[in-house]
Design a protein around this ligand. Structure first.
Ligand SMILES: O=C(O)[C@H](CS(=O)(=O)O)OP(=O)(O)O
Ligand SMILES: [Mg+2]
Length: 241
């Protein structure tokens, strides 16, 4: 039986061997929730990059550029890091280059894995089904915040462990802790996260609508996966083939 484990910060990735593993990169608030939404709204490809300047450079090849630092849309970019910014038909058929404080870093630091999947509560079931089909050992890589642990990504890890409990072994302490946390919180994730650092840190930005949206489960049948140097939605490929 394959295993599922949880890495609580990209800074801890040096402790894990990604060879032959499937990584689920997660940044619930808000980068991976936003990417999943962008694909659901018809984005063609997403280029996650670490630096603002690199992201800006993608405009020359016709990409929309998206950038966030400390919760705020960076100046001079087309889009920020709110899923609601991708919902008015503006991303349909477009390629997007994106850089955010934590999420894009988690994805890029995981890219040597056999498979990298972008996860969010919004596409939880699509991710779970893909992992079950692959049958590889899984590592959930939580984006955290600037290298530190956070609650929201750990809750997602717990939700995924719970969904996969019949087909994956989760006997490591990280996965156990994540699933216990999720079971404690799942009846009302919004209330549970009210005291979390993300919610308190970005309270002044009035993004409660974003937070509530990002905590909704199974809204989109979208499956962003890393291919070469970009993310594509595997569900679109399935429809085409
Ligand atoms: O835009 C977000 O919600 C966060 C901001 S912060 O770094 O947590 O302050 O960025 P993300 O890269 O999505 O974690
Ligand atoms: Mg985050």
């Amino acid at each position: 039986m394959p295993s599922i484990d949880v890495c609580f910060s990209p800074e801890l990735l040096h402790l894990y061997d990604l060879k032959g593993k499937a990584v689920v990169a997660v940044d619930i608030l808000r980068a991976t929730s936003t990417m999943v939404t962008a694909f659901a709204e018809g984005a063609a490809q997403i280029f996650p990059v670490m630096e603002l300047e690199e992201c800006r450079g993608f405009a020359a090849q016709g990409c929309l550029t998206a950038a966030e630092r400390n919760g705020i849309k960076a100046e001079g970019f087309d889009l920020g890091n709110s899923p609601f910014g991708y919902m008015d038909g503006n991303v349909l058929g477009r390629d997007i280059a994106i850089t955010t404080t934590n999420g894009t870093r988690a994805i890029r630091m995981s890219e040597t894995a056999e498979e990298v999947v972008v996860g969010a509560f919004l596409n939880l079931q699509a991710v779970a089904e893909h992992l079950a089909e692959l049958g590889l050992d899984v590592l959930v890589v939580c984006a955290g915040w600037k290298g530190q642990f956070n609650l929201e990504d750990t809750l997602f890890a717990g939700a995924l462990v719970e969904r996969l409990q019949d087909s994956f072994s989760s006997e490591n302490d990280s996965a156990l802790a994540a699933v216990y946390l999720y079971q404690t919180a799942k009846a009302d994730l919004v209330t549970f996260l009210r005291q979390s650092s993300h919610v308190r840190r970005l309270e002044h930005l009035e993004i409660h609508k974003d937070i509530e949206f990002c905590l909704r489960h199974d809204v989109y049948n979208v499956l962003p996966v890393w291919r070469h140097d970009r993310l594509v939605d595997l569900k679109v490929k399935e429809v085409e083939s």
